[in-house]
Design a protein around this ligand. Structure first.
Ligand SMILES: [Zn+2]
Length: 476
């Protein structure tokens, strides 16, 4: 399956009924954006540190000063703002390791070279669903210059949103975007991506084997990790795809494509290939489940409570131009049913083989709502056989290690950045408790439930009020 689901602004062929999209202020903007207090203390809280093997710290006193954790026990400093954490459970902020985030783009005909985008997306609105769900870091697997602009707004503090890792996507053949069809072109493209400021490389389905190999080699020389699809050119020799510096497979589906009958033997073989290659896996179980649902019917998507947090245009795209619903049939649905089961089996096989699994959702694809979907993925990982602790590690500690930011975040320890989630109940007892968010701390800024709810309410209200201003053509 070639997931050309990416919302690339340059490829959007929508008709904007109005060319200027009004921005709207945040609720309580002053409250949300005011400088956080120098010192915040969360008292009497149970801390799931996610440090490997560590037991929860019960009734801890977490001191946060200037955006960092400075103590997990001990006295409360003078002048600290105190948050009551009695009966609550603290965990590190979540990472979604596979997302797509749209940015401003050109929709109508370009009239002159200095014209600006005619679709403006409110960056806070794009980030609010992540933040409200405790997702404080994301890995954008098809980043653009627009993504960098978003990253900069967030890191400067103008927008409250997740830290972003950005991968430049490289494809071959007649694919979209950066297209390379020789080893020399592949190497140059990696060098260009690094020069443009990307930290990671995403390899894609239509690369030929020699070009793919050259990209991995050049990226290794430049200390850039790679993630991506297994190019179709490896259909006859899957093992050959697992070369040094193939850092992570972006979907379990990339393996499923290489199994004719979804056997146990295939699951074990794939797990060994990943293990021997030192390749991690982002299963994206939630996106394959949604593909299966969408082939059968759009009813679940239409009724999805979090649909209202998507931009009106995206809602229309999902409901009126749904590729899987339109172009697949009942036989395909049966195939997807078996693939859903096989991919759960794959997760267990990877885990047993010692292949690190990280949580990614493919947020931005139909049905996969940013932030909310991370909790779906955690539940699916546990249903596939991970323990709640393993699933939590897949969304906290392990992504930080893969991205090379584990000195900064991913666990709760003195010196780490204060990106934290406070839950109403123990996530180790029931993974569904990750949805029960009492508040989120981002860079030391405490956002309580009421603030998060106000941000979500504002977003949904704007999307609903502006629904009729956008239209997505049903078919080109
Ligand atoms: Zn994707």
């Amino acid at each position: 399956m070639n997931s050309t689901h990416l919302l690339r602004p340059a490829l959007l062929w929508l008709a904007l009924q109005t060319s200027v999209v009004a921005q709207h202020p945040l609720p309580d903007r002053d409250k949300v954006h005011a400088d956080p207090p120098a010192i915040t203390v969360i008292e009497h809280v149970n801390v799931v540190t996610m440090v490997d093997g560590g037991a929860p710290l019960m009734d801890a006193t977490v001191v946060i000063a200037n955006g960092r954790i400075t103590a997990l026990q001990g006295p409360i400093p003078d002048g600290a703002v105190r948050v009551d954490g009695s009966g609550k459970w603290m965990i590190p902020g979540f990472t979604d390791m596979h997302v797509h985030i749209p940015s401003d783009g050109f929709m109508g005909p370009k009239k002159h070279p200095t014209q600006g985008p005619d679709l403006h997306l409110n960056v806070q609105d794009l980030m609010t669903p992540y933040l409200a769900n405790g997702v404080t870091q994301v890995f954008n697997l098809d980043a653009t210059a627009g993504s960098m602009a978003q990253r900069n707004l967030i890191e400067r503090g103008d927008v409250l949103g997740p830290h972003m890792a950005l991968a430049a996507l490289i494809d071959g053949g007649e694919g979209q975007g950066r297209r390379v069809n020789s080893p020399a072109e592949g190497r140059q493209c990696v060098r260009d991506a690094q020069a443009e400021g990307y930290e990671f490389i995403k390899v894609y389905s239509e690369l030929d084997t020699a070009t793919y190999r050259a990209i991995l080699e050049e990226a290794a020389l430049r200390r850039m990790k790679t993630v991506g699809h297994i190019p179709d050119a490896f259909q006859k020799d899957l093992a050959a795809a697992f070369q040094p510096n193939f850092g992570m497979v972006a979907h379990a589906e990339e393996f499923s494509k290489h199994s004719a009958d979804f056997t146990e033997a295939d699951a074990l073989r794939f797990a060994q290939l990943a293990r021997q290659g030192g390749t991690w896996v982002t299963p994206t179980l939630t996106t394959i489940r949604w593909m299966r649902q969408r082939i059968r019917s759009l009813d679940e998507l239409r009724a999805l409570p979090s649909l209202k947090y998507m931009h009106p245009l995206i809602q229309q795209k999902w409901l009126k131009a749904n590729h899987y619903n339109r172009d697949f049939n009942a036989e395909d649905a049966d195939h997807f049913d078996r693939m859903v089961l096989f991919q759960a089996r794959l997760v267990k096989a990877f885990q047993e083989a010692g292949v690190p699994i990280v949580a990614g959702t493919d947020a931005g694809t139909s049905g996969v709502v940013p932030g909310f979907s991370l909790h779906d993925e955690l539940e699916l990982l546990v249903a596939a056989g991970l323990t709640p602790r393993e699933a939590l590690a897949a969304a906290t500690r392990l992504p930080a290690v893969w991205l090379g930011v584990d000195q900064e975040r991913g666990t709760i320890a003195v010196g780490k950045a204060a990106d934290l989630v406070l839950l109403d109940a123990d996530p180790l007892a029931d993974i569904a408790n990750t949805r029960r968010i009492h508040g989120v701390m981002l860079n030391g800024r405490w956002l309580d439930r009421a603030t998060l709810d106000a941000m979500l309410l504002d977003l949904a209200a704007w999307n609903t009020a502006n629904r009729d201003r956008f239209s997505w053509p049903p078919k080109r």
